[in-house]
Write a protein that binds this ligand. Structure first.
Ligand code: HEC
Length: 156
């Protein structure tokens, strides 16, 4: 009897640890509330103009590969992902942060990379193991810029 209850307790602990796995697979421990990460990553303060560059720059986020934003000056804007025009009206900064940091947590089958993940990756090449695809600062810059996108007053 006793052995069985110990085994059950261990199983419960394991289950609890696994349930929390989503918050430990990123480059830093984060608290996920609902579908949002409310605290800025790395304690960084995002800068919207840098974020716009991260969004379009091939060497950085290159989000335009899959996402268009009306009014954005960029040679090529893809449509694999939904347009992010007016995103600031639809999602809070915390919701945007989680979607960039760990898109696969929201949409398990998505083609969008989980940019702040370091664990359990199945899409990012060997070279990136242990390093998230984007830094905390780059993600905070993106969150700052994307939050400014409102349908009312244009997109800048
Ligand atoms: C390979 C294509 C791809 C790339 C690259 C990509 N995304 Fe996505 N993204 C998607 C898809 C597809 C979705 C929709 C989720 C789904 O159903 O898979 C999405 C959804 C989103 C959403 C939620 C939009 C909404 O209206 O709810 C945000 C925000 C977002 N992406 C931001 C970004 C940012 C920022 C980058 C660059 C760092 C980026 N994405 C790069 C494909 C991509």
């Amino acid at each position: 009897m006793r052995a069985v209850s110990w085994a059950m307790a261990a199983g419960l602990l394991l289950a609890a640890a696994c349930g929390n796995e989503g918050s430990q697979r990123l480059a830093e421990p984060v608290t996920i509330e609902g579908d949002a990460i409310l605290t800025p990553l790395g304690g960084e303060t995002g800068d919207a103009s840098r974020g716009k560059a991260v969004f379009t720059d091939r060497e950085q986020g290159h989000c335009v590969l899959c996402h268009a934003v009306a009014g954005l000056e960029a040679e090529f804007q893809g449509n694999v992902g939904p347009p992010l025009t007016g995103l600031g009206d639809r999602l809070s900064p915390g919701q945007i942060r989680l979607r960039i940091a760990d898109a696969q947590r929201i949409w398990p089958q998505t083609v969008m990379p989980s940019y702040y993940r370091t664990g359990g990756l199945n899409q990012v090449g060997e070279a990136y193991r242990g390093e998230p695809a984007l830094s905390a600062r780059q993600i905070e810059d993106l969150v700052a810029w994307l939050s400014t996108l409102k349908t009312q007053d244009g997109e800048e």
